[in-house]
Write a protein that binds this ligand. Sequence first.
Ligand SMILES: NC(=O)c1ccc[n+]([C@@H]2O[C@H](COP(=O)([O-])OP(=O)(O)OC[C@H]3O[C@@H](n4cnc5c(N)ncnc54)[C@H](OP(=O)(O)O)[C@@H]3O)[C@@H](O)[C@H]2O)c1
Length: 251
Amino acid sequence: MSGGGLRDQVVVIGGGAKNLGGLLSRTLAAEGAKIVVHYHGDASADDADKTVRAAQEAGGQAVAVQGDLTKVADVRRLFDAAVDTYGGVDVAVNTTGMVLRKPILETTEEEFDRMFAINAKAGYFFIQEAGHRLNDGGKIISLGTSLLAAFTDGYSTYAGGKAPLEHFTRAAAKEFADRGISVNVVAPGPMDTPFFYPQETPERVEFHKSQALGGQLTQIEDIVPIIRHLATEGWWFTGQTLFPNGGYTTR
Ligand SMILES: NC(=O)c1ccc[n+]([C@@H]2O[C@H](COP(=O)([O-])OP(=O)(O)OC[C@H]3O[C@@H](n4cnc5c(N)ncnc54)[C@H](OP(=O)(O)O)[C@@H]3O)[C@@H](O)[C@H]2O)c1
């Protein structure tokens, strides 16, 4: 049984400074978790500072660590920070990702490499390093996309770049099972954050809304409790992809 609460659990959150990751950092900290808030760009440093402060004010502990997770050395440094600061790691959530909406015929080699570096390679080595460092009974959660259950144009390198996470997750779930570590993918529907809008037209936004319960986009407030559940009482899920999306897609 590995489904205890979050008090004093050490949680590494890739992309933990803002949007979905930021709310997750603050929510888990408020339950007494110790959070390692990863951020990437210099432009996210201010969000990381604010999230660390909010987490501390909510009663938890938190530190911020910058890194480019497409570099394996930076993934290791992130987990080093968790072990050095808090003595171990219990939960690792990777919310990092990058989106591109472009026809295959127009996609460049550089775009392909960049998309697969952050969505697939970083996802792989995040799971690998979590596997090295997690305490027994730990949890690993990666963020996919509901496009994994869709049949659509334009998202070949985004949905395609996220798709390997499912197989990395299934293999890791089997390979880490004897240590009681569960490994899952959470694949939300189109989510109301700044990540979503730049590649969509207003008409397409309305279409995406029309496909889910209540005619609305997925909200980060709807996703955080699902990640929280997987990190606690939901430990019996492993090797799975969950599609919290208000019925937007399924398979
Ligand atoms: N919003 C949606 O419609 C939607 C729907 C389904 C799934 N998702 C997935 O949900 C997750 C969270 O998305 P969000 O909406 O909360 O947007 P977000 O905050 O922009 O999340 C993406 C994160 O990835 C980080 N990142 C990008 N390149 C990186 C790199 N090389 N190394 C390390 N980190 C890097 C970004 O940091 P910087 O900004 O500092 O570069 C950012 O923190 C993503 O994995 C996304 O694919 C989003």
